[in-house]
Design a protein around this ligand. Structure first.
Ligand SMILES: [Zn+2]
Length: 386
């Protein structure tokens, strides 16, 4: 098989503190060298002139039970088809369907697929807004533990829907059970906030939700405009949010159909709370907009004021750490399997659009060029990106 030599790109690898013109030689699917002016007699050349070469991008929140309901997207659409090498399913399945997810979704995918197992046996098979946690019998700790022990290689945490619709009359009892389960399994909780799927259900106050979280747990939808979000009625962050961040709780974007609002984002960022992970919350219902793909979501953070190295770090080193995989992902390492994304960073004007159709002038775009896993090079799927 031909070796690969990526030439002339700007290698931007925040974890390795590398930002500059370097070449990368890949032999037998492993990174053999990173350095200036590498050559190889027989390697296939990938010319990355005017492109940026980054560690394989990681999208930490998507819905990937392919074909399920209005949501389940194919992992390779938001994955290697979008310049992204790792995608993470956010609790599509509970313990009982997890073996099917593993065998029919994760294993055949050309993208690396990781997953949060849902606290509820129903997962999201019933669709959003359903009371998946109200009936206490729908949480089965012993079976979740068994599923986790069989799938430790791909399960990265436990998904909890902290919405009034999901919790119903159970109140915060499911969070208490999730906390204990996470402690027993040494896995973080991924907690959805924001009552985005019901106008009538009452979300638990986010302050009460945060009281169950520990360092390493993740709050997703940090920029939601919906009830149950991080801002109080005066637009100030609840003080407990700062306490949680200081204690090591992590915050993720989770763009999605409902939960990236530019006004909320500006208020949250102005008060000093920055994202640990940037994610699309991608599914079949938002691929054609407003989400599109991870590079477009990253470009929205550029428009909100972050620098390119900061945003690349969120989607690589920080995302890897958030997943507890900082040793194996998030940086380009000599000797490791190639896991690399190549992007076009374009200086041009476009209108970024949030989940409520709010717009913001953007001057930089990020467009996927290639995704490389091992010895395989993946071109992005065609998509009408903004
Ligand atoms: Zn989601």
């Amino acid at each position: 098989m031909a070796d690969l030599l990526i030439k002339n790109g700007r290698v931007l690898d925040p974890a390795a503190e590398r930002d500059g013109r370097f070449d990368i030689l890949i032999r037998d699917g492993l990174v053999e060298a990173v350095g200036p002016d590498l050559s190889s007699a027989d390697a296939k050349i990938i010319d990355a002139k005017n492109l940026i070469v980054v560690p394989g991008l990681i999208d930490v929140h998507l819905h990937l039970m392919t074909g399920l309901g209005a949501f389940g997207a194919d992992p390779d659409v938001f994955g290697v088809g979008s310049g992204v090498t790792t995608v993470v399913d956010a609790g599509s399945t509970g313990h009982s369907l997890f073996p099917i997810f593993r065998r029919h979704i994760a294993e055949p995918a050309r993208t690396r697929v990781l997953a949060y197992v849902n606290l509820s046996t129903l997962g999201s098979v019933a669709g959003p807004g359903y009371s998946t946690l109200e009936d206490p019998r729908l949480i089965d700790e012993a079976k979740i533990e068994a599923a986790v022990e069989k799938n430790r290689d791909i399960i990265v945490g436990i998904k909890v829907m902290a919405t009034g619709a999901a919790l119903g009359k159970a109140g915060l009892e499911p969070l208490r059970r999730a906390r204990r389960l996470g402690d027993n399994l040494h896995l973080p909780l991924l907690v959805h906030i924001g009552e985005s799927w019901s106008n009538t259900a009452e979300p638990p106050p986010v302050v009460n939700v945060l009281s169950y979280l520990k360092p390493g747990d993740i709050v997703t939808h940090m920029f939601t405009v919906h009830r149950g979000g991080l801002l109080d009625p005066n637009g100030k962050l609840w003080p407990e949010v700062g306490d949680a961040r200081a204690a090591g709780v992590l915050f993720d974007v989770g763009h999605g159909l409902h939960n990236l609002n530019f006004d909320v984002a500006r208020r949250v960022l102005d008060q000093g709370l920055t994202p640990d992970g940037v994610s699309t919350d991608g599914h079949r219902g938002n691929r054609a907009g407003p989400v599109f793909d991870l590079p477009t979501t990253m470009a929205k953070l550029l428009a909100l004021g972050f620098s390119l190295p900061e945003v690349v770090k969120m989607a690589t080193a920080n995302a890897a750490r958030l997943l507890g995989r900082g040793e194996e992902m998030g940086s380009i390492r000599v000797g490791a399997p190639a896991d690399i994304s190549i992007l076009r960073h374009e200086e041009r004007e476009w209108q970024a659009r949030d989940s409520q159709s709010g717009t913001m002038r953007a001057t930089q775009a990020l467009v996927p060029a290639l995704a490389i896993r091992g010895e395989t090079v993946h071109a992005p799927l065609p998509l009408d990106r903004p």
